[in-house]
Design a protein around this ligand. Structure first.
Ligand code: AMP
Length: 452
């Protein structure tokens, strides 16, 4: 049995690791984090490094040393306007490193952004190894379609620091399309609408026979479910202020509690029409008496609040449609990715915009890792096939045919369509994340073999 290649969706909010063994897809569950490992790292005073849920909980009490949403910044120069915005928003310190790079300060140390991401990747690698009982070094890692070369290289660096050999970096929308088993004889255009916790991406993919290409991408690095949580938290804070004349927003740790309660409430409202949240001892009143918060919200009210926010994602869709030179209704399929697309309001608005029901059969949180795992399996199969062919052609050099030389980015063999069932090519946008990119010149194409 060849050693499996793990598929990793390294997300802004959550990360997922999965494998595909040729017949079934399996998400590897972390005993602490479950299927979704929050992409959060916290540096504890005891010098322990917490990753995932335990780290996310530290945001409530130690926001300055708890690092999250690094994916928004990885590979960017310190002078980037996105970094300037982030410095105002993030409770942890971001400082200038050598050669215009960004460093994170936590406790008394500084870390590069790939070093932070490597801690999350290292955790995913470890749980995969524990579960599969073998060393897992080969991986396929996904990135947003509009990541430029520097962002891709920084992601690769993070993987290398985590002891992973990245066989291939693939675009998230392509991974999602792979998970849906996309292959088409005719020319087809599909849209991947990806609304996560902190970022929104829309991609239009062209499928033509054996080739996948990103026709257009657009996105907003500051649009996602977190914004909805903040809106609810503000509403809760206002409610508390009116009731008790205490402003909860001035204490970062208390505000964090409101935010957590808001996210819970939001997710409940995906399932039901009305929900109630209760947070005890959220503040102290006269003579130190503990004050509790009880807050009820209806789905209809939430949808009214969130409407302009979700509406912003369709401005980006318009941008992508303009680049792709088409109308929304001309898209043949729409795939939903990202936890926030579970919200009924999002699904309804997407259906209205594209004039069709989006595909929702696969879990929007896992679909990208699913595609990455499929890709990993395809690479293993291609490698096995190549070695077998080499062995047949040159029986005298069997050891060479079984060489352990990794299939690195630069060393990937150029498969001809006839070599495999089909070949998949990706265009990766070169522009910074805030700009729209469509098939920029000089973009490297990546031939990606499909599972047999
Ligand atoms: P992701 O970045 O794809 O991991 O998505 C995370 C976002 O999805 C967070 O803002 C979550 O609150 C949101 N989310 C997860 N589950 C649900 C749900 N059932 N309803 C609404 N939003 C959800």
């Amino acid at each position: 049995m060849p050693v499996p290649v793990i598929g990793i969706d390294l997300g802004t909010t959550n990360s997922v690791v999965a494998v595909y063994d040729g017949s079934s897809f399996r998400v590897i569950e972390d005993p602490i984090n479950g299927k979704l490992t929050p992409s959060v790292v916290s540096f504890h005073p005891s010098s322990e490094v917490l990753i995932g849920k335990p780290a996310r909980e530290r945001r409530l009490i130690d926001a300055a040393n708890t690092i999250f949403s690094i994916k928004r910044l990885i590979g960017l120069p310190y002078k980037s306007p996105i970094l300037r915005q982030a410095r105002q928003r993030y409770p942890f310190k971001l400082v200038e490193g050598p050669a215009d790079s960004i460093l994170v300060r936590a406790r008394t140390r500084s870390f590069t952004l790939p070093e932070i991401s490597a801690l999350v990747l290292g955790r995913l690698r470890k749980i995969a190894e524990n579960e599969l009982g073998e060393t897992c070094t080969d991986a396929v890692v996904t990135v947003p379609a509009n990541f430029n070369d520097l962002q891709r290289t920084a992601t690769r660096d993070a993987a290398r620091i985590a002891g992973l050999n990245v066989l291939r970096i693939i675009n998230e929308p392509t991974a999602a399309a792979l998970a849906y088993g996309y292959r088409s004889d005719k020319r087809e255009r599909i849209a991947v609408y990806d609304l996560g916790g902190g970022t929104f991406d829309i991609s239009v993919l062209d499928l033509a026979g054996e080739v996948f290409q990103v026709a257009a991408t657009a996105g907003d690095p500051y649009l996602g479910g977190d914004d909805v949580d903040n809106m609810i938290a503000e509403r809760m804070g206002k409610f508390f202020l009116e009731r008790f004349r205490i402003d909860l927003s001035v204490q970062p740790d208390t505000y964090e509690r409101l935010r957590v309660a808001s996210e819970w409430l939001k997710c409940e409202l995906t399932e039901r029409e009305k929900a109630l949240v209760y947070a005890d001892d959220i503040a102290r009143g006269d003579r130190g008496a503990p004050l509790d918060l009880e807050f009820e919200l209806e789905r209809q009210e939430l949808e009214k609040m969130a409407f302009p926010l979700i509406g912003r994602s369709f401005d980006k869709c318009e941008e992508a449609m303009r680049i792709a030179g088409m109308r929304p209704a001309q898209v043949q399929r729409v795939i939903l990715v990202g936890g926030s697309t579970r919200a009924p309001q999002v699904r309804k608005m997407v259906a209205e915009y594209f004039d069709q029901e989006p595909m929702t059969d696969l879990d929007p949180d896992l679909v990208v890792a699913h595609g990455a795992a499929l890709q990993g399996h395809a690479l293993v199969m291609a490698r096995t096939k190549k070695r077998a062919a080499k062995e047949r052609l040159a029986p005298a050099s069997v050891s060479d045919a079984y060489s352990t030389e990794p299939l690195g980015y630069e060393q990937q063999p150029r498969y001809r369509p006839g070599d495999l069932d089909w070949v998949l090519t990706e265009d990766a946008a070169q522009e910074p994340i805030t700009k729209v990119a469509a098939r920029p010149a000089g973009v490297p194409t990546e031939p990606v073999p499909q599972p047999p």
